[in-house]
Write a protein that binds this ligand. Structure first.
Ligand code: AP5
Ligand code: MG
Ligand code: ZN
Length: 227
């Protein structure tokens, strides 16, 4: 673990269904840094049946946050891998103020900084419509929507040919709880980074292409770079 690293960390913040996962892979690839998505990592643990995956399951299925004691170590361990030495794009972390404290302390220790935290803003009624029609790829974690962003062929992932599935936590009553948890626990994190002067607001209630352009600009890449 090298203490002289200078990490540049980019955060994607936004409610469940705001479009973080839809944009995250392209953004990480464009920035040349790995994507570290806490929800994807937890789903991977569940699929592998690890102890962490089994412990996380009941919280995820209820739309509650998985306890910090489980999530924080998973993320710090991921950020310590060599491919994240120059930075990472974080999707889904930090999710509450305690997690933000840990991240800020870790970056301070490494002489790193949050370059930009992009807040993708979408009205609640739109979030619910998006999550109700979402289909996910178990292989590469790509997000599709049966109306807004359908796969080219049936229920098969365009990128890796995985068979798409619907997330158990996209049931209406679980979605409502996820949105509540987000408003209670995660909005204070958005306000924290606003206070630190690194927050960029982005209207996420636009087409996927328009949001993509907005993201490029928000992270300082301009709009002209091809996806
Ligand atoms: P996580 O996987 O992070 O879920 P989430 O935050 O609820 O966010 P989503 O993945 O639902 O939304 P998204 O913004 O990625 O939307 P997407 O791009 O897919 O977390 C899941 C669970 O894990 C949590 O509930 C918790 O239990 C646990 N967890 C994770 N991190 C944790 C942490 N740090 N601490 C504790 N617990 C943690 O898009 C949604 C849909 O909209 C798709 O169908 C997509 O095609 C469509 N869409 C996207 N953009 C557009 C657009 N511009 N126009 C039209 N449709 C669009
Ligand atoms: Mg996601
Ligand atoms: Zn795939």
């Amino acid at each position: 673990m090298g203490l002289q690293r200078h990490d540049e960390v980019v955060l994607l913040l936004g409610a469940p269904g705001a479009g973080k996962g839809t944009q995250a892979r392209f953004l990480a690839a464009t920035l040349g840094i790995p994507l570290v998505a806490s929800g994807d990592l937890l789903r991977e643990h569940r699929r592998r049946g690890t102890c962490l995956g089994q412990q996380a399951q009941e919280f995820m299925d209820r739309g509650e946050l998985v306890p910090d004691a489980l999530v924080v170590d998973m993320i710090l361990e991921r950020l310590d891998r060599s491919d994240a030495a120059a930075g990472a794009l974080l999707d889904g972390f930090p999710r509450n103020v305690a997690q933000a404290d840990v991240l800020d302390a870790r970056l301070a220790q490494r002489g790193g900084a949050i370059t930009v935290a992009v807040y993708v803003d979408v009205p609640t009624d739109v979030l619910i419509e998006r999550l109700a029609g979402r289909w996910m790829c178990p292989g590469c974690q790509a997000s599709y929507h049966e109306v807004f962003n359908p796969a080219r062929v049936g229920r098969t992932c365009d990128t890796c040919s995985g068979e798409l599935y619907q997330r158990a936590d996209d049931k209406r009553e679980v979605v409502a709880n996820r949105v509540e948890v987000y408003l209670r626990d995660t909005l204070p994190v958005v306000e924290r980074y606003e206070g630190q002067g690194v927050l960029k607001h982005l209207d996420g209630n636009q087409s996927i292409e328009t949001v993509k352009k907005g993201l490029r600009q928000a992270v300082g890449l301009g709009a002209a770079i091809a996806a």
